[in-house]
Design a protein around this ligand. Structure first.
Ligand code: PCG
Length: 130
């Protein structure tokens, strides 16, 4: 049997102001930089794959959460207070902020294909009303 130990660093909340939305790439780097390639591989290997329903809300701003996600395929949309922040492509890590800074989810993450589907059906309803 082989045991792998992963030590997670406890980041001080005062180090970073979450409201300021600090540089995303840096945060991702902060999350991964103290791990070796083999350790990252071990973590990724034991992450269960999850398929999202179209339009599915993966994370909801303000919720508690302890899971970190890696987007394998498709696109997700990130919103905060109803405002679109960005879309994320495969390979991106998300959901790490609540875990790193021990806070609630700082944004909402939604499956983008479904988001577009919702937008389209709203358009159709308008079309029928006028
Ligand atoms: P978390 O745990 O706060 O949940 C929402 C996630 O959205 C957040 O972690 C980030 O991983 C991700 N995200 C992607 N882009 C942004 C951004 O510009 N601002 C914020 N607050 N979160 C983002």
């Amino acid at each position: 049997a082989q045991l792998t130990h992963v030590t997670l660093t406890n980041y001080s909340k005062s180090e970073v102001s979450l409201r300021a939305d600090p540089n995303r790439a840096l945060l991702e780097n902060d999350f991964m930089k103290h791990l070796e390639q083999g350790q990252i591989q071990t973590i990724v290997d034991c992450m269960p794959p999850t398929r999202l329903a179209q339009g599915c809300c993966v994370l909801q701003e303000g919720d508690n959460g302890s899971l970190v996600y890696v987007l394998e395929e498709g696109k997700v949309e990130v919103t905060k207070g109803g405002q679109k922040l960005c879309t994320m492509d495969p390979g991106k890590v998300f959901g790490e902020l609540a875990v790193l800074y021990n806070c609630t989810r700082t944004a909402t993450v939604t499956d983008r294909q479904g988001f577009q589907t919702i937008m389209m059906s709203n358009g159709l309803i308008k079309h029928f009303q006028y």
